[in-house]
Design a protein around this ligand. Structure first.
Ligand code: ADP
Ligand code: MG
Length: 654
């Protein structure tokens, strides 16, 4: 604090430490207190020093206003201030408390205009104490005196009374059992205090038990407001203090309740919960009943339909077979249930059937397989198709399979017939090629013979040339290998296997066909040109069947150019719909006029020795592969045949 200078007078200067207090002190008065502190009155409260400590007492400590223009200590040691808003007494014990806790709120007595105070004129004020203990304050226009010994204190606490309760604009009489309607929004409680000394200075605190956690300061306000009270019981409690700070701690209170809306009541909630549980239970029961009745309906329906039917557990064990099933297989229902049904399945088909069951249980997808089933009447096996769909519970778990078994013997026969026909076509086409093929095979055999003769000659010499003989023998092996290779290709077209889907390399396939057909083309002065697009993906097809189609089309093209010779162009490229598109184009006679629509029909032929089966078989093969086949006339000479095939799945371009 300040600077200390040696001399008769010590100076405490505050201007040199402006950062210690942000306030700009302007001293209006000064006094010494009985505890040895020096107190200065300023426009910003009291600045005090004691034992080298400096503190400020201001509105934050409860002063009604900061402007203190006079101060003096009375005989009892209490501090008196002359301020703009009255003469204020701070008891000694409060000053002590403040020195210890500079931020604390102090209990003061304020003597204001209601007590006869007048602020007067002028900023300065002087104060003095007469030997009788009275305190004098004077400023520009008034001289006032207070007698601390006789500044009688109002010790009568005020009486508090609650006089009105208004809820949503309706006033309720103040009595013990007030019940406010449900969903009351605005609540007002009016209260008042009886204090004769200075009723304007009565202060209130109130609290709503059940809502507030403690008393709220109301100041001199005489009404309390609440809104949106939840249903329940409440007690409003108000207390007051008089002008001298004497509290009536008992105050007044009023109990009331807010009624619940029907949906806020406990019984309603309980009812609701019960209803909800009931609903759940009912839904569950309904589902069980539904499943039972579904099963019942299914059983009734399946007993009347002309198919074999069954219900299986999720693992495939049968729990029901219909009477037709029993009739057909000759097994009793008892024998059929569980795993017993397997006895009716052809031994060669059983493992396939069981694998399908396992796969479907794992994937949860509808199941379908074909298997031969024993007919008890004659001991014959006929082809049946079994299909089953899963029945799931609420959580999606499979609980049952419903299945039907259909006789597909006739369809199987047609398929068989088609396969046979395709085979016959292949064989007969090969028949047409016999001359060519014979020639094709004769060539390497002829070469082998030549090489064998050469070999013999080399050995017959007086000095056998073993080295040359060995060369000739190696050539012979190659020739024989070529012949064997051609025979293998042809034989694969003759053998009648079951259809087998595979991913087939298009380039390779066309190469194989050229091997078989190149001599036939040569014989008729036909040049064969092939074009396979770069990086063409593989197709999904049965290799032998696909060879058959290509062979049919190529042979037709060669036959169309029989008399004239020409060019046979084979192309393979990716089509717009992302399939591989093949085209076989010739420069021959062209499609038969007016009959172009019929060329794919079975037995349609314009050739004296023709069977009319080639294109019909080709179409059935291509369509069973998921492709299309069509013919178009060339703009110049000849015709073009096109067909498409799906790509093998694992190399689908993105
Ligand atoms: N490349 C072609 N050019 C002209 N006509 C063709 C061609 N391919 C097939 N045809 C016509 O379609 C008919 C049916 O052919 P196809 O079913 O192979 O039986 P086939 O070859 O035994 O006559 C042929 O007889 C012919 O009239
Ligand atoms: Mg033909």
């Amino acid at each position: 604090m300040g600077r200390f200078r040696d001399g008769k007078i010590q100076t405490f200067s505050f201007g040199e430490r402006p950062t210690l207090f942000s306030l700009n002190f302007h001293f209006l008065a000064i006094t010494a207190a009985s505890d040895g502190s020096i107190l200065g009155g300023t426009a910003s409260g009291i600045v005090a020093w004691k034992d080298g400590k400096q503190q400020i007492l201001s509105e934050k400590n409860g002063l009604p206003c900061n402007y203190v223009s006079g101060l003096i200590t009375d005989d009892a040691g209490n501090l008196w201030l002359f301020s703009q808003c009255g003469i204020i007494e701070i008891p000694q014990n409060q000053m002590r408390k403040w020195w210890e806790h500079p931020e604390s709120k102090l209990d003061l007595r304020v003597f204001d205009t209601f007590d006869g105070f007048r602020s007067g004129l002028g900023h300065f004020n002087t104060s003095a104490k007469t030997p009788d203990g009275r305190l004098w304050f004077a400023n520009g226009s008034v001289l006032q005196v207070v007698d601390p010994a006789h500044a009688s204190q109002n010790i009568v606490p005020p009486l508090v009374k609650i006089h009105a309760l208004v809820a949503d604009h309706k006033e309720y009489p103040i009595d013990s059992g007030i019940k406010l309607p449900a969903l009351t929004r605005d609540l007002e409680i009016d209260y008042a205090a009886l204090s004769y000394a200075a009723p304007q200075k009565v202060l209130f605190r109130y609290m709503l038990e059940g809502r507030d956690s403690g008393f709220r300061e109301a100041g001199t306000r005489r009404e309390a407001f609440y809104n949106d009270l939840r249903p329940g019981h409440y007690r409003f409690h108000v207390i007051a203090c008089n002008n001298d700070g004497v509290w009536n701690e008992v105050g007044a209170s009023l109990g009331f309740s807010v009624l619940p809306a029907y949906y806020q009541t406990a019984w309603f909630r309980a009812l609701w919960a019960a209803a909800f549980l009931g609903l759940l239970w009912a839904a569950y029961q309904e589902r069980v009943r539904q499943l039972r009745s579904e099963e019942q309906k299914f059983r009734e329906a399946v007993e009347t339909m002309p198919a074999l039917a069954f219900i299986a557990r999720s693992d495939g064990q049968r729990t029901f077979v219909n009477s037709r099933w029993v009739e057909y297989t000759g097994l009793t229902e008892k024998q059929a249930l569980g795993w017993g049904w397997q006895a009716a399945v052809h031994p060669n088909d059983l493992s396939r059937a069981l694998t399908t069951w396992q796969e479907s249980q794992a994937s949860g997808k509808a199941l379908e397989y074909e298997a031969r089933i024993l007919r008890s009447a004659d001991g014959d096996y006929r082809w049946f198709q079994t299909r089953a769909v899963p029945v799931r519970d609420r959580r999606g778990k499979i609980v049952q399979w419903y299945g039907v078994i259909n006789d597909i013997e006739d369809r199987k026969r047609v398929e068989q017939l088609q396969a046979d026909l395709a085979h016959v076509n292949r064989v007969s086409t090969m028949g047409e090629l016999t001359a060519s093929l014979a020639h094709e095979i004769k060539q390497p055999i002829g070469a082998a013979v030549t090489n064998a003769e050469a070999c013999a000659r080399f050995l017959d010499r007086d000095l056998p040339d073993v080295r040359e003989a060995r060369e000739a023998a190696l050539e012979m092996i190659k020739d024989a290998g070529r012949a064997a290779h051609i025979i293998d290709r042809v034989r694969s077209l003759y053998t009648k296997g079951t259809s087998q889907m595979d991913s087939v390399d298009v380039d390779e396939l066309i190469g194989e066909m050229l091997l078989i057909l190149h001599n036939e083309a040569h014989r008729h002065s036909v040049n064969v040109v092939t074009y396979v697009a770069d990086g063409l993906p593989k197709v999904m097809a049965d290799r032998v069947q696909l060879q058959q189609v290509l062979m049919n089309l190529m042979l037709n093209g060669i036959q169309a150019m029989e008399d004239t010779g020409g060019v046979l162009t084979i192309k393979a490229q990716l089509s717009q719909d992302i399939q591989v598109q093949f085209s076989v184009s010739d420069t021959g006679v062209g499609l038969p006029a007016d009959k172009a629509d019929h060329i794919f029909e079975a037995f349609f032929t314009t050739k004296p020795e023709g069977s009319g089966m080639g294109l019909a078989i080709s179409r059935s093969i291509i369509e069973s592969h998921g492709g299309r086949v069509w013919a178009s006339a060339n703009s110049g000479k000849g015709a073009t045949f096109h067909f498409t095939l799906p790509l093998a799945p694992h190399i689908m371009p993105r």
